[in-house]
Design a binder for this molecule. Structure first.
Ligand code: SF4
Length: 258
């Protein structure tokens, strides 16, 4: 055991010593960045694999370049066969906080598939699926178990665990960890609270407004899609509200400004 692995929880140290492969799900957001910097300092380099589930043209442009500039591993990019907006159009409705098909179909699914295939290529072993979830993000997240065996993904010869390495960190802790690594978070955090899809179904008005200002063409596509399917991403009280009315930015104003 090295001095660094001694700083890990004992159950994680056991996995390191058992040659487990730690798959880091990296969205490009601040939590992923802090998680990676922590893991890179504690876990042997060749036991880390970094994966980004790309959301294509609905994620912030430049995110992949940002990840590559802050990691010292190869970045594996996975993508679902369907796209976010294609999925919405086909279903005729947007995902919701309760039914997040976007996360399960476009992020979790492709990452789990990558892990299965990579483990198969390695001839089996132990996989640890690492995510930057934090208890402070929501009461639902606070109830999650930060370390557990994933029986549904484990088969003879392949054991899969799930671990949230920065589960107990606060938001200031996360920014501090990034700064301590000598890095900066993605530029959009100068105004954004969260990152990932430019227009997230759970995004704050502030983030959505900033997204619209910086990505007018993508914003227009969201506004048009809402009208076409007759279903809105957001509600005002119990009433559905179009995204442009919700954030108070008419599409024409954005288009005139560019
Ligand atoms: S960022 Fe938001 S909209 Fe995009 S996949 Fe995640 S939950 Fe869904």
């Amino acid at each position: 055991m090295t001095e660094t692995t001694k700083q890990l929880p004992p159950e994680i140290t056991d996995l390191v010593l058992s040659d487990a492969v730690f798959y880091v799900s990296h969205s490009g957001g601040k939590d992923s960045q802090a998680m990676y910097s922590m893991m890179a300092s504690l876990i042997p380099h060749d036991q880390i694999v970094v994966i980004h589930a790309s959301l294509g043209d609905v994620e912030w442009p430049g995110v992949i370049e940002h990840i590559n500039s802050t990691i010292s591993h190869e970045l594996n990019i996975v993508k679902a066969e369907k796209t976010f907006l294609g999925m919405v159009e086909r279903r005729g409705k947007w995902p919701s906080a309760q039914h997040r098909q976007c996360t399960s179909d476009l992020k979790r699914g492709p990452i789990e598939k990558f892990i299965r295939q990579d483990m198969k290529r390695r001839g089996g072993g132990i996989a640890v699926n690492c995510m930057g979830l934090r208890a402070a993000e929501s009461s639902a997240r606070a109830k999650r178990q930060p370390f557990r065996k994933k029986d549904s993904q484990s088969v003879t010869g392949r054991a899969v665990w799930e671990w949230f390495p920065i589960f107990t960190l606060s938001t200031p802790d996360v920014f501090e960890m990034i700064a301590r690594a000598g890095q900066k978070p993605f530029w959009a955090y100068q105004q954004n609270e969260r990152l990932s899809c430019v227009f997230c179904i759970m995004g704050s008005r502030n983030d959505l407004r900033h997204g619209a200002e910086q990505n007018p063409e993508l914003y227009r596509r969201y506004v048009e899609l809402e009208r076409r399917i007759g279903h809105t991403m957001f509600m005002k009280g119990k009433q559905p509200v179009w995204i442009d009315e919700y954030i108070g930015i008419p599409v024409q104003i954005i288009e005139e400004a560019v």
